[in-house]
Design a protein around this ligand. Sequence first.
Ligand SMILES: Nc1ncnc2c1ncn2[C@@H]1O[C@H](COP(=O)(O)OP(=O)(O)O)[C@@H](O)[C@H]1O
Ligand SMILES: [Mg+2]
Length: 253
Amino acid sequence: MSGRWALGPEVKRAAVAGGAMLYDTSRAGNLAPAWFDPAHWRARGELDGGAQGRATAHFINSADKRYVLRHYHRGGLMAHISRDRYSWRSEESSRPFAEWLLTYRMHRAGLPVPAPIGARYVRSGSTYTGDLITERLPTVGSLAECLGTGALSVVTWISIGRCIRRFHDLGVCHADLNAHNVLLSEEGVYLIDFDRGQLRGPGLWRDANLVRLRRSLDKVTWALPAERFAESDWHGLLDGYRQSSGGSALQSA
Ligand SMILES: Nc1ncnc2c1ncn2[C@@H]1O[C@H](COP(=O)(O)OP(=O)(O)O)[C@@H](O)[C@H]1O
Ligand SMILES: [Mg+2]
């Protein structure tokens, strides 16, 4: 690995058949390649069902592990061409390693993201497939799920805005900020799913992130009772966002 990521000594890279894996030995010292295979957990009776969405997230639930295992999958048109294969460029820019490394840095910086456990890619010719394991957060549900069951307090909308602002102040651009990637818990708000996320300098991408979230909220609530997502809710979120948190940017790599 190149030194620019300033990884701690707990981060280990190991070769696996056809590729490599990266993991946090302080959280999963005995991590084995089989951990990236849902069948491994299913055989042990430690699979807790999958998440909605593209059905690529598996919840692992054993005596001492609460993880989410995700296989990288394409959405949209490209899915017809190749469901889970990506063109190989480099290890660091592979989807799983890039997301693991970004999540590691965010977690170390104190941002509310799940701790990254392990990442793996497996190459085949000029393409690769990838998987990521993160800590499973003790959440009530995604923002989309919570809106499906009831309206949220304005305090919650404000804390969602504050949360997004903390990421933006550190220069973290979320490539797909939507109502499924904002998780709510008793302790607060988390963001997940940093596939293709980037560290960037200040710019219009911040507004673009918010616009994307707004569109997603309109979409997930359009068939719901009007009070689930009112204009005042969005203004609550923006108010929270505008209260500066004063963080300084993570250095972009
Ligand atoms: N660390 C986590 N803790 C709890 N739930 C999670 C976690 N990661 C993902 N989920 C759940 O799984 C769903 C899909 O995961 P996500 O990472 O967004 O993948 P994708 O959008 O590619 O399907 C999320 O909307 C959320 O409900
Ligand atoms: Mg998602």
